[in-house]
Ligand binder design. Structure first.
Ligand SMILES: [Zn+2]
Length: 366
């Protein structure tokens, strides 16, 4: 078996090559825009993640610092022959130098025609948000509840925050003036369907209608009940957008693609995290990530022959999307919108208003 190292503990092997050839090569569009990709400047890492942190919060052991160069290299391996554009943004956590990371991702993105989002800190004055938005290549922001106050375990303690606690009205006013993109990772253990989230998202749409609001991870609706509770109450708002980063559940895709339509949902992976190999299984309102690496969280392993057949989560996601597109009889035109058309249209709108062009190539030498 020939294997190519990807990064961290991840690799690309013959199972993946065969999976790509069998399921994805002939189906995926030539052009792909991944609207949910994290990358960082390793030099901007202030806090070294400890074993205690990894044991306590599983996501912390699934990635390490990944720079833009590696992100691009992995894209070439994962999507051979494809024209790939990433909407990149740093990891949002106060264990990083946020300003340094934002600037790094933005500058490196410009060289590759990748637009970027700036991670914002809710304590910033609105002028700081405006400053970030004015930088070439920046199309918007990524607020996150872990930015409310430093916490070693990333999200612990702040998951029950309200959206305006980490995306304050002063910031939203500036974002509305600039008609900027906002990738919103919703709070609450109950996920998108929590009454506060539904109410606050409707309030943002009513008060700040120019903001291009994108609900990340389909509202963290990783199971069918969560998708019904969260997606359906917001499905009649044609101006609300969604990314499907880290979503593997076919039921969630059925609900999203039926009730929102492929025109308002945009492809996203949450990479580098979806370089993990394995599969996800669902039980009611919970799920379990099956994977072949001996992470601390990975207690219930499957049989070796099953693990040997695992492919990347990224590929599992793409195959699920393909299956649901085919099942629902969606057209090639709708597929193009889902994988790049809608994102391209939104990028064009934001950048035109800033006096920049899309593609970003004129700035590539800067
Ligand atoms: Zn993410």
């Amino acid at each position: 078996m020939s294997t190519t190292p990807l990064y961290h503990v991840y690799e690309y092997n013959d199972v993946d090559r065969e999976f790509w050839a069998e399921h994805l090569e002939d189906w995926l569009p030539r052009r792909l825009v991944d609207t949910h990709v994290h990358c960082v400047d390793p030099a901007a890492e202030i806090e070294t993640v400890t074993e205690e942190q990894k044991r306590k919060y599983w996501v912390m052991e699934t990635y390490t610092s990944i720079d833009v160069r590696d992100t691009e290299r992995i894209a070439r391996i994962l999507y051979p022959g494809r024209d790939v554009c990433y909407l990149g943004f740093p990891f949002a956590h106060l264990g990083w130098d946020t300003l340094a990371n934002n600037d790094y991702v933005r500058r490196e993105g410009l060289k590759r025609n990748w637009p970027s989002l700036a991670v914002i800190d809710p304590r910033w004055v609105p002028e700081q948000v405006e400053h970030a938005l004015k930088q070439p290549g920046c199309v918007g922001v990524k607020p996150y509840y872990s930015m409310i106050r430093y916490n070693r375990f990333l999200t612990a303690g702040f998951q029950e925050a309200g959206i305006f606690d980490f995306l304050p009205h002063g910031h939203l006013e500036v974002l509305d003036q600039h008609a900027a993109w906002v990738t919103l990772h919703v709070p609450k253990a109950d996920r998108l369907g929590h009454a506060d989230n539904i109410r606050e998202i409707k309030e943002i749409r009513r008060r700040y209608p120019n903001v291009k609001l994108v609900i990340a991870h389909l509202g963290r609706c990783y199971t069918k009940p969560h998708a019904e509770e969260g997606i359906l109450p917001l499905s009649d708002d044609d101006g609300l957008y969604w990314d499907c980063g880290a979503v593997l559940n076919p039921d969630t895709y059925r609900i999203a693609l039926t009730h929102l339509g492929p025109e308002r949902v945009m492809w996203g992976t949450d990479n580098p995290i979806f370089c993990m190999r394995g599969r996800r299984q669902w039980h009611g309102r919970t799920y379990v990530n099956r994977t072949n690496y001996a992470f601390f969280f990975n207690k219930e392993r499957e049989a070796p022959e099953i693990e040997a057949a695992y492919t990347l989560y990224t590929y599992e996601e793409l195959k699920t999307i393909k299956d649901v597109f085919i099942e629902l009889g969606l057209s090639d035109a709708q597929k193009e919108l889902f994988f790049h058309g809608t994102a391209n249209r939104l990028f064009t709108g934001v950048l035109k208003r800033k006096g920049e062009s899309w593609p970003l190539t004129p700035y590539a030498k800067g």
